[in-house]
Design a protein around this ligand. Structure first.
Ligand code: SAH
Length: 356
C-alpha cells in the first residue's frame, strides 16, 4: 500500500530534516530543497538538477511540491496588481501587490473569510470558512514572485517583492500556529529569507494572542487596526472590541516587546461622521501616549450598498494635522487599485457573484 505524498511545503526545515534522515538522504539536502522551493520557485523535483536523478525519484515518490493555482490576475491603472488563488478544496484567496517608490509590498491572506465581522470590511461580511495552512500563506509569495520573474532566475537579493504585510483576508492572530510557522518560512534562510523589518502582521486586536506573539520570539512588525477612539464606536464597528476593549488592547500594545527603532503601526479606517471628528483625533493622541506608535489613516474604501461613507479630503487632512501637531507620525494611506476593487476581499467577492 502506498501512503499519500506529503506536501514538502507543509513542513518546517526541522520536520523535513527528520523525514529525510529516515530516507537516508544527506543532512544538507533539506536546506537545498528549501532553497529550490522558496528562493528559486521550483515546482517539481525534476527542476532540481543538482540532485542525482535517483534521489529526485525517491523524493518524488514520497513528497509533492504542491502550489497554489493562480486563477486570475488584474492590473490597476495605478500599478496595483491583484492575484486570485485556488486552494485544493476549491476555496479561493487573494493577494495584492502594491508598488510604491522603490518598494513592492505584497499583501497576503491568512484565512479563507474572517470571523471578526468588522462592519466596514467586505471579507468580514462573508463570514469565516477556514484557516490557511502555513504553506498556503507562504506560497502566495512564491507564486507571485514567480509570475513577476517571468522565467528570469531570482534569489532573495534579486527578487521583486520587497515587503510582506499580513493584511489581506482574515485575522492572522486567529490562525496563530500556522501564521507563526508561515512567518518562519518567510523570514528564515533557507526559506524566503525576508528581513523581519520588512514583514508586518496586522491584527484587529486579539489581546491574548498579541501577548503570545510578543513572547514567541517572532520579531516581525505589529500593526493594530484601532479604527475608533471610544468603546462605544469601536463596539459598533468592530465586534472584537466587546471581548477586548480599547484599554486592554492598548495595555497589550504597551507591553509588546519592540526591537530598537521600531514602532507599532495603528491603522485607522476613516468613516465619515463615525470616527473622523477633531475630538476623535485629540482622543487618539491621548490614547496612544507612551506607546512608540505611528498612525496610518486609511480613508474608507466604499463597497456597493455600504452604510459608511468616505470622509471629505479636508476632513482627513484636518485629522492628520491634529495628530502631527501632537508630534505623531501620521500618514494617509490611500486605498489603492480602486478600479480593480483591490480592497480586502473585493476580487473574491466579485468572482463569487459571477458564479452565482
Ligand atoms: N484582520 C486584520 C488584517 C486584515 S484587514 C486586521 O484587522 O488588521 C486589513 C486592514 O484593512 C485593517 O486595518 C482594516 O481596518 C482595513 N480595512 C478593511 N476594510 C476596509 C475598507 N473597506 N476600507 C479601508 N480599509 C479597510
Amino acid at each position: 500500500m502506498t501512503s499519500p505524498k506529503i506536501n514538502i511545503k507543509a513542513l518546517t526545515l526541522v520536520e523535513l530534516k527528520a523525514l529525510l534522515a529516515e530516507l537516508g538522504c544527506k543532512p544538507f539536502r533539506a536546506g537545498q530543497l528549501f532553497a529550490w522551493i522558496y528562493s528559486k520557485g521550483a515546482q517539481s523535483f525534476d527542476e532540481m538538477t543538482d540532485i542525482a536523478k535517483s534521489e529526485r525519484m525517491l523524493l518524488g515518490s514520497r513528497f509533492s511540491v504542491a502550489s497554489l493555482s493562480l486563477l486570475r490576475q488584474e492590473l490597476s491603472s495605478d500599478g496595483t496588481r491583484k492575484f486570485l488563488f485556488g486552494l485544493e478544496d476549491g476555496h479561493t484567496v487573494e493577494s495584492v501587490l502594491i508598488p510604491e517608490d522603490d518598494r513592492r509590498t505584497l499583501c497576503i491572506s491568512s484565512q479563507v473569510g474572517c470571523a471578526q465581522a468588522c462592519r466596514f470590511c467586505i471579507t468580514g461580511g462573508g463570514g469565516f470558512q477556514r484557516n490557511l495552512r502555513a504553506y498556503e500563506i507562504a506560497d502566495q509569495i512564491v507564486v507571485v514572485e514567480k509570475v513577476l520573474a517571468g522565467g528570469r532566475k531570482y534569489s532573495p537579493e534579486t527578487r521583486s517583492i520587497t515587503n510582506i504585510v499580513l493584511m489581506g483576508m482574515g485575522e492572522p492572530l486567529a490562525n496563530f500556529d500556522e501564521v507563526v510557522k508561515a512567518l518562519a518560512i518567510i523570514t528564515n534562510e533557507p526559506g524566503l529569507g525576508f528581513s523581519t523589518r520588512r514583514v508586518t502582521l496586522s491584527t484587529a486586536g486579539l489581546v491574548p494572542e498579541i501577548g503570545k506573539l510578543g513572547r514567541s520570539g517572532v520579531k516581525v512588525n505589529l500593526a493594530v487596526s484601532l479604527n475608533a477612539t471610544t468603546d462605544e464606536v469601536r463596539d459598533r464597528i468592530m465586534p472584537v472590541n466587546k471581548r477586548y476593549p480599547i484599554k486592554e488592547l492598548l495595555a497589550a500594545c504597551r507591553h509588546f516587546p519592540l526591537e530598537p527603532r521600531r514602532r507599532i503601526t495603528f491603522e485607522y479606517v476613516m468613516l465619515s461622521k463615525v470616527n473622523d471628528s477633531p475630538e476623535d483625533a485629540l482622543r487618539l493622541t491621548r490614547l496612544l501616549r507612551g506607546i512608540k506608535a505611528k498612525i496610518n489613516l486609511i480613508p474608507y474604501n466604499p463597497s456597493p450598498g455600504s452604510e459608511f461613507k468616505r470622509p471629505a479630503d479636508a476632513t482627513v487632512k484636518r485629522f492628520q494635522q491634529i495628530l502631527q501637531d501632537n508630534e505623531y507620525t501620521a500618514l494617509v494611506r490611500e486605498s489603492r487599485g480602486r478600479d480593480i476593487a483591490a480592497a480586502c476581499g473585493q476580487l473574491r467577492e466579485r468572482e463569487a457573484g459571477a458564479e452565482k
